[in-house]
Design a binder for this molecule. Structure first.
Ligand code: TXA
Ligand code: MG
Length: 326
């Protein structure tokens, strides 16, 4: 069944089924928000626990206030500037949004994806699509149609919209009505700097949330099939000695691994576009041991926070400069 055309995707979604849909960030596994069977199928297909809420995807002609009871003025400014685009806004939900979608929470995540096929599909359906990333729970998100096909061994219908332009999931933000601040629950392509530019006009402060308010902040997520060692370094381009590889192997409980160093050179947007595809690709090498080296100074750079966040969650082992003797 794997690849389907637009009309088949439309028909399946109208027949209580789910379809993998392209977005500018990653592929999503979509089901109509008014269809309990499809919503349940999303969770069962992904083997996703019901406590992890889904994002509701709107087309441009839909209004977020049809799904939310309170829409702060700052959200209207953010929508104006960033929709359609990789920004998910968490807001108090209306009862039209099923508890299955929000995992029983009183708030819902709303996003307007920037991909022409998916925009057209949602508009034609006339109903938003709930869609988590189209991967098994906890695994690396798909950024190409063929990733979805292999993730579910061809059992899920996929609408191929080409490789995702951004390559990492949307920035998730929540406005705290009491504190009057915007909290970043998941860093993404729209950085804290970009958000601050809009919020300053409204004297809203933007903070990176520390405590896990969003289930997407679970410590391990986005994990590739092969173990990934993340090494923070003080200087770029340091080699890894056989002794160090041996040390990693001992810590991970593996032997005779094939070390593969990920290419993390270039601008963060370029790395974002290829990171998940690389993690998938290199995981296929037998006994692969993936290594990511990144300068510790990048941890302070807002443009790198999406990369650091995903690498930390995808890694099995994280080494700080001192522990790695660099
Ligand atoms: O770019 C994206 O956001 C992609 C594409 C497909 O749109 N979707 C995506 O969905 O990454 P998912 O389910 O893999 O991640 C959604 C994140 C999770 O961290 C989830 O916990 C959080 O958004 N989230 C969703 N609804 C929420 C809510 N009501 N309150 C707090 N966090 C929420
Ligand atoms: Mg996901």
């Amino acid at each position: 069944m794997a690849f389907v055309d637009f009309e088949t995707a439309f028909r399946l979604l109208n027949s209580k089924d789910v379809v993998a849909i392209p977005t500018e960030t990653v592929y999503g596994l979509g089901g109509k928000i008014d269809d309990e069977d499809a919503l349940k199928k999303i969770f069962s297909t992904k083997k996703r626990p019901f406590f992890d809420p889904l994002i509701v995807h709107l087309s441009l002609d839909m209004s977020p206030t049809d799904y939310s009871t309170d829409w702060p003025p700052i959200y209207s400014l953010l929508v104006q500037k960033f929709w359609p685009g990789p920004l998910t806004l968490i807001a108090p939900k209306k009862s039209i949004v099923s508890d299955l979608i929000t995992a029983g929470l009183t708030e819902v995540g709303l996003r307007c994806p920037n991909h022409p096929l998916t925009q057209k599909l949602i508009a034609k359906l006339g109903v938003p699509l709930a869609a988590p990333s189209a991967n098994l729970f906890g695994q690396t998100s798909p950024t190409e149609a063929k990733h979805v096909e292999s993730e579910f061994s061809g059992s899920v219908a996929v609408l191929d919209g080409g490789p995702c332009e951004i390559g990492l999931e949307s920035t998730v933000v929540r406005y705290d009505f009491l504190k009057k601040e915007l909290q970043i629950l998941r860093p993404g392509f729209i950085s804290i700097t970009e958000l601050k530019k809009v919020c300053n006009a409204e004297s809203v402060s933007v903070v990176s949330a520390q405590s896990p308010v969003s289930p997407g902040q679970l410590k391990h997520h986005y994990q590739p099939k092969a173990p990934l060692v993340l090494i923070y370094i003080n200087r770029p381009n340091l080699g890894i000695s056989p002794d160090q590889i041996h040390e990693f192997e001992k810590k991970l409980g593996v032997s005779e691994s094939q070390p593969i160093t990920l290419n993390l050179s270039g601008a963060p947007e370029q790395i974002a576009r290829r990171l998940y595809a690389d993690l998938r690709h290199y995981s296929q090498t037998e006994k692969a041991l993936l290594i990511a080296q990144i300068e510790i100074t990048k941890k302070q750079d807002p443009n790198w926070s999406m990369i650091i966040d995903r690498l930390e969650k995808a890694s099995t082992l994280v080494l700080q400069p001192s522990a790695a003797h660099f």
